[in-house]
Ligand binder design. Structure first.
Ligand code: GLA
Length: 388
């Protein structure tokens, strides 16, 4: 950790933190805008994330502070809470509210967060702070809530308290992450398996477009609604619960029911992307990283053309990657509309890649991207006090 969280906790709260927890962010390797359509996704947790130092207090206050933001909250412990403005502390507040609604009794808490994830860049900083809070509270009060229930509870907070109609992918990925593995998650059944993600001579590279992400929530909710409309139209003749339950043949035979070119494109992306996840699983199992990379490019193209959630910045990054011979695959990751792309870049050309990409991107866009080398990492956990 780049900061001394324990020391800062002592200064701010005049007590020792009882425990320190960590929750990573995530990237999604493939399967984008699939989770809320009942298909399969393939995220992995990463090494960057959010830390929490926490202690119970005896004065029945919920105190939320963060080293990344000046805004803080100091609230009476009460029976329920609702979202207050758009401050960061709505995430832990929403989680504690949900725990209370589920009948868990919680005493006062002093919480200090610190994140080394670029915030709001599509690496799931919000899922990380939610899962981190739920895991820490469950641990501190011996609630024994399973990781699966923590993921579901945090998704509910995001949907109902925060107001974003997200699927389960981010919360599940940051809870269940496993070092050197991707998670293949069926978002309909929540059945999952770990797939060894061996990048061998390649670096899993995260490129932050640094595009300010305005209106992401409303655009995201718009896509959610569009998929619902497409599904409703197809359901007139197809007995399915999700878009991902439809295959290409059925889609071609019934797409006329949708009768709206925009909605048809959205459904086409979802159905094709879900099939690509299946192909990506085969490629990983066959240790065929080249095919995996091609599927990443195909995924990006579909997100750009059919789902329309990319944008000039992310397209500029992926176009550069395509032209760089030592990059075998790249795509936007997460919700889109700015945020991050991921790429598989040959290790011995990594530094050159960063230098060339930065030059190209700055020339096209006007400012630089940030580039990070990452690995698939473990999920939420209690840290040994010496680890910080
Ligand atoms: C965001 C949401 C996820 C998922 C992705 C797109 O990260 O939180 O649930 O829908 O976008 O795949």
């Amino acid at each position: 950790m780049k900061v001394n969280l324990v020391q800062e906790f002592r200064i701010r709260f005049h007590q020792e933190p009882q425990q320190i927890f960590f929750c990573p962010g995530r990237v999604n390797l493939i399967g984008e805008h699939i989770d809320y359509n009942g298909g399969c996704v393939m995220p992995c947790a990463i090494s960057m994330g959010t830390y929490l130092a926490v202690s119970k207090n005896t004065d029945k206050r919920l105190r939320f502070q963060c080293m990344n933001f000046p805004e803080a909250a100091d609230l009476h412990l009460q029976e329920s809470y609702s979202k207050a403005g758009s401050q960061w502390f709505n995430y832990p507040l929403g989680v504690i509210n949900e725990l209370i609604q589920n009948g868990h009794s919680v005493s006062g808490l002093n919480m200090l967060f610190y994140g080394d994830l670029p915030i709001g860049s599509g690496l799931s900083s919000s899922a990380a702070i939610e899962v981190l809070t739920a895991f820490a509270v469950s641990n501190l009060f011996g609630l024994n809530i399973s990781l699966k229930d923590i993921s579901l509870l945090c998704k509910k907070v995001e949907n109902e308290f925060i107001g974003v109609n997200c699927g389960i992918m981010d919360q599940f990925a940051v809870a269940f992450g496993k070092k050197d593995n991707a998670i293949l998650l069926n978002c309909d059944t929540l059945v999952y398996e770990y797939l060894p993600f061996e990048t061998r001579d390649y670096v899993l590279t995260i490129i932050n477009s640094n595009k300010p992400r305005n209106l992401v929530e409303s655009k995201y909710n718009e896509r959610f609604t569009e998929c619902g409309k497409a599904l409703k139209a197809l359901k007139k003749e197809l007995p399915v619960q999700h878009l991902c339950a439809i295959n290409f043949h059925e889609y071609s035979a019934h797409r006329h029911l949708i009768n709206d070119p925009v909605l048809e494109r959205r459904a086409l992306h979802v159905i094709a992307e879900n099939l690509r996840v299946g192909e990506a699983v085969d490629a990983l199992k066959a240790r065929d990283l080249f095919t995996f990379g091609k599927l990443m490019y195909a995924s990006h193209q579909s997100l750009k053309e059919f789902y329309e959630v990319s944008g000039k910045e992310l397209d500029t990054i992926v176009d550069f990657c395509k032209s760089f011979d030592s990059c075998i695959g790249a795509r936007m990751t997460g919700a889109g509309f700015g945020g991050c792309a991921i790429a598989l870049v040959k290790k011995n050309r990594y530094d050159y890649f960063i230098a060339e990409l930065s030059l190209y991107y700055e020339k096209q866009i006007g400012y630089k991207p940030d580039v990070f080398a990452s690995e698939a990492g473990d999920g939420v956990r209690l840290l040994d006090q010496t680890e910080n």
